[in-house]
Design a protein around this ligand. Sequence first.
Ligand SMILES: Cc1cc2nc3c(=O)[nH]c(=O)nc-3n(C[C@H](O)[C@H](O)[C@H](O)COP(=O)(O)OP(=O)(O)OC[C@H]3O[C@@H](n4cnc5c(N)ncnc54)[C@H](O)[C@@H]3O)c2cc1C
Length: 379
Amino acid sequence: MPEVAIVGGGVVGVSIAYHLAKLGAREVALLEREPVLGSGSTSRSAGGIRLQFGTAANVRLSQWSLGFLKRLPEEADADPGLRQVGYLMLVADPAHWSDMLANARMQRELGVPVETLSPNEVAARFPYVDATGLLGATFCPEDGYADPYAVVQGLARAARRLGVTIRTGAEVTAIRVAGGRIAGVETAEGPLDAPVVVNAAGPGAGLIGRMAGVEVPVLPYRRQIYVTAPHPGLPGDMPMTIDYDTASWARGDGGGLLMGASDPDEPSSFRTDPDDAGVLLLGRTIMRRLPLLADAEIVRSWAGLYEVSPDENPVLGPVPELPGFFVANGFSGHGFQHSPAVGRVLAEMILGLPPSIDVSTLDLARFREGRAIRENAAI
Ligand SMILES: Cc1cc2nc3c(=O)[nH]c(=O)nc-3n(C[C@H](O)[C@H](O)[C@H](O)COP(=O)(O)OP(=O)(O)OC[C@H]3O[C@@H](n4cnc5c(N)ncnc54)[C@H](O)[C@@H]3O)c2cc1C
């Protein structure tokens, strides 16, 4: 019988499995319904990694995770494809600028080398940006991006070497509860007993929570990515460039760009079909800041799901009303970059060890107890 059954083989579930095994858990089973690990949100991600967040808990999760990704070649014999080109966050809205200045102060106190730039400094250092109307920008050179598929596959190989059982094509159809605590799961292939079950189902977190009789307030929202053909005007080391006011972004990719924007009016759904509406949205958002894109050719697009919590922060840890049930959900579009630290902290909590990072503000009970604090730098 496994000590722990993890529902979901995205980067979060795989990271939890790896860290559990590394910390000495003997029997860990990971159950993924699709034939390939990481084929949910993980493989649709832009791979962005940043230290620039609005809460100390998120900054600390990012710092721990970045350190882990740098060590991944030694730790798990895998190359995460890390490129520290920085994140440049452009702001024109006065309320947002005041948030960003406060965020930068808090980040510096935690050791993040974030700079605040005037519009003239933006124009001088990043000449491809139209700085018209900006109040300023923040830039952190340690930020960047990595390859989510390489990370999930590398961690899965390392987890298997440490003895984790990974089953793909294994859909969890029910959570079993006996005597008021977790007893295991049902799968299409039959029951699996386990005293601990972890909900790592990404956008499906709410559905898995319901199977256990636990309300996990995480909703799926479609997000689209568009890829341009190589463009001669783009600098090779272009940072992830964010139009903070419109939650839109662009970063380099093979000589062209990856771009995305959030449509605040699109309702929650499990839709993952890309459409042209996303291109029109880009024209009104990030592309206004990057005039050289006027003649860019879009060659590819895809859509995936953000898994959004009410305060756009992760929901992490044990569920006290159902002993044995743990959640690692609600990353609100930042789960790739936080997955190393989340894996570590969840493994520590499951094994009764003191967590490496204080995530007590990110527990599920915060919503009903009125302790939720919104992440103001969610993109
Ligand atoms: C367009 C887009 C861009 C993004 N960009 C970034 C970015 O730049 N940086 C960043 O950090 N994050 C980004 N994200 C968010 C990131 O991809 C997610 O936060 C992260 O992948 C979540 O990982 P996960 O393992 O929780 O979820 P997933 O990768 O979705 O994994 C959950 C898994 O659970 C499985 N599952 C669900 N139900 C069951 C069941 N009943 N039984 C068995 N298995 C089940 C699913 O098949 C899935 O594989 C982006 C997301 C999207 C869509």
